[in-house]
Design a protein around this ligand. Structure first.
Ligand code: 13P
Length: 250
């Protein structure tokens, strides 16, 4: 049985003080929800604060990105062991990083290997753009992002990876996919690609999330799908009542 998983990606939002205020309130509301793995991904600057404020709420904390190199002349970057000092999860290959910061399947793959080396749990994001969706290329894009992103990691580690299917056209637009459509992409293109690479057992073990305009009112539609194990939530994870309701929707 895969444990349900809900992660909040705060993107570039919240100062340390704002982050503390929000998670202190959330902590009290979600500390008793033991059936769902809950993960908060604030900006790097707020990781330690969020981790400490959530100490009693059995939540995980994750970074939104990292570099693949161990150290060196990479101004502005954060190394895997620095991330590992602060948290246990890391989002890799988010579409905003692909679109604005030149990330490719090749760099996602390097980061995934670095995450494996440092025993971080990666949340690997895949998803087609609106253009690709409209030209019927969802299968090609999602399958190849999955295949190239995961290339060469061990089967043991692959089973621990979290994949997030985030159609770019659904991110921040208020136009979520439907439960059935997202489930079909996850089952037919993501799990089947992982099955090709690592076998059916691994494909069934991997947790796959849906992300893109998830709210308290549509969360259940996704969470009741057999191949969707949870959500990667952007905007709604910044709102106390919304995010608590999403976590409790399982
Ligand atoms: P929204 O939930 O704001 O659409 O963002 C989704 C996302 O990008 C999570 O990583």
């Amino acid at each position: 049985m895969r444990k349900p998983f809900v992660a909040g990606n705060w993107k570039m939002n919240k100062t340390i003080a704002e982050a503390r205020e929000l998670v202190e309130k959330m902590s009290a509301e979600i500390k008793d929800v033991a059936t769902v793995e809950k993960v908060f991904c604030p900006p790097f600057t707020a990781l330690a604060t969020v981790r400490d404020a959530l100490k009693n709420a059995e939540c995980g904390v994750g970074a939104q990105n990292m570099h693949w190199e161990e150290k060196g002349a990479f101004t502005g970057e954060v190394a895997p062991n620095m991330v590992k000092e602060l948290c246990e999860y890391v989002i890799l290959g988010h579409s905003e990083r692909r679109a604005y910061f030149g990330e490719t399947d090749a760099t996602v793959n390097k980061k995934l290997h670095a995450a494996q080396k440092h025993a971080l749990v990666p949340i690997v994001c895949v998803g087609e753009t609106l253009d690709e969706y409209e030209s019927d290329r969802t299968q090609e894009i999602v399958s190849s992002q999955t295949r190239l992103g995961l290339a060469g990691v061990s089967a043991d580690y692959a089973a621990k990876i979290v994949v997030a299917y985030e159609p770019v056209w659904a991110i921040g637009t208020g136009k979520a996919s439907t439960g059935a459509a997202a489930n079909a992409v996850i089952k037919d293109f993501i799990r089947s690609t992982i099955a090709d690479l690592y076998g059916a057992e691994t494909a069934q073990a991997v947790r796959v999330l849906y992300g893109g305009s998830v709210t308290a009112s549509n969360a259940k539609e996704f969470f009741t799908q057999p191949d969707i194990d949870g959500a990667l939530v952007g905007g709604a994870s910044l709102k106390l009542d919304e995010f608590v309701s999403i976590i409790k929707a399982f």
